[in-house]
Design a protein around this ligand. Structure first.
Ligand code: COA
Length: 260
């Protein structure tokens, strides 16, 4: 599929989606959000895609935020609609995708850019990465899930400070905070994400899907995560992947998982 503001390529089980507006530091406009939704949907359905990596084009930015020029003249109603539709279409959509999504944060991840990275299942970053939620410096608050996901990842006090100061943290601070899992050079970033993807791909996609559901349940109001885990655990026992995984172990061979 052809896109105007993003790129999507699939190789060896990995679909790499690149936000491709380097002249605007990959800022998320309406078109980009729509195209990202389509690309994530397609990759999620694609049997050949076992892991998705998302990154930004160029050497400077992952995504420098929502495109400020698009919402500068919005009123209250339009602003609520922007946040509600964006959350549903992209941020919640990624978080709840059954296919693992890794954010490779290759530069500025600010505002909607950090919110995008935080909606992914986990994050790796390059040493030049800078992360923050600068919205209050613009007279607004994060609207794509930032006030919810940042405290989940770094703790309430650190999230409060990051949001209130509108400051940026560097990759090492993000590592210390648990916002990213690994830091490497910019040249090595995609290779690192691919290496982790390779480890994921050796395992059962069907079981991973259940694990994502169960882990996410911990962060959903009114849902008993332990109960979700019990249900997903039980469900595994009816799958071909479970049969193959346990049989391969007992036969002392490597499992060849059929499903996605
Ligand atoms: N929305 C729209 N355009 C953006 C953008 C955003 N969030 N972030 C960067 N851009 C554009 C700039 O307007 C500029 O466009 P121009 O060349 O047509 O003028 C281009 O990207 C390059 O950015 P520039 O500001 O010149 O780069 P810089 O290296 O001087 O600064 C940043 C980099 C990231 C510090 C700065 O761009 C910035 O503060 N961006 C906004 C971050 C933000 O507040 N995001 C949250 C939005 S809710």
């Amino acid at each position: 599929m052809n896109y105007d503001t993003i790129l999507s390529t699939t190789n060896n089980g990995i679909t790499t989606i690149t936000v491709n507006r380097p002249n605007k530091l990959n800022a998320l406009n309406k078109a980009t959000i729509g195209e990202l939704h389509s690309a994530f949907k397609a990759a999620g359905k694609d049997k050949d895609t076992k892991v998705i990596i998302i990154t930004g084009s160029g050497e400077k930015a992952f995504v420098a935020g929502a495109d400020i020029s698009e919402f500068a003249d919005f009123d209250i109603k339009n602003a609520e609609k922007l946040a509600a539709e964006g959350q549903k279409m992209l941020f919640d959509y990624i978080e709840n995708l059954s296919t693992p999504v890794i954010a490779a944060v290759n530069g500025f991840a600010l505002g909607g850019g950090l919110e995008l990275a935080m909606a992914c299942h986990f994050r790796v970053a390059s040493t030049n990465a800078k992360m923050g939620l600068p919205e209050v410096s613009l007279g607004v608050i994060p609207g794509y899930g930032g006030t919810q996901r940042l405290p989940q990842l770094v703790g309430k006090g650190r999230a409060m400070e990051m949001v209130m100061t509108a400051g940026m943290i560097d990759a090492n601070k993000a590592l210390e905070y648990g916002l990213v899992n690994h830091v490497t050079s910019q040249e090595e970033l995609i290779a690192l994400a691919e290496k982790i993807a390779g480890k994921i791909m050796r395992n059962s996609s069907v079981a991973i899907k259940g694990a994502i559901k169960a882990i996410n349940a911990n962060y959903k109001d009114g849902i008993d995560g332990y109960n979700t885990e019990i249900k997903q655990f039980g469900k595994c026992f009816g799958t071909e992947d479970f049969k193959e995984g346990t049989t391969a172990f007992l036969e002392k061979r490597k499992a060849e998982f059929p499903g996605k």
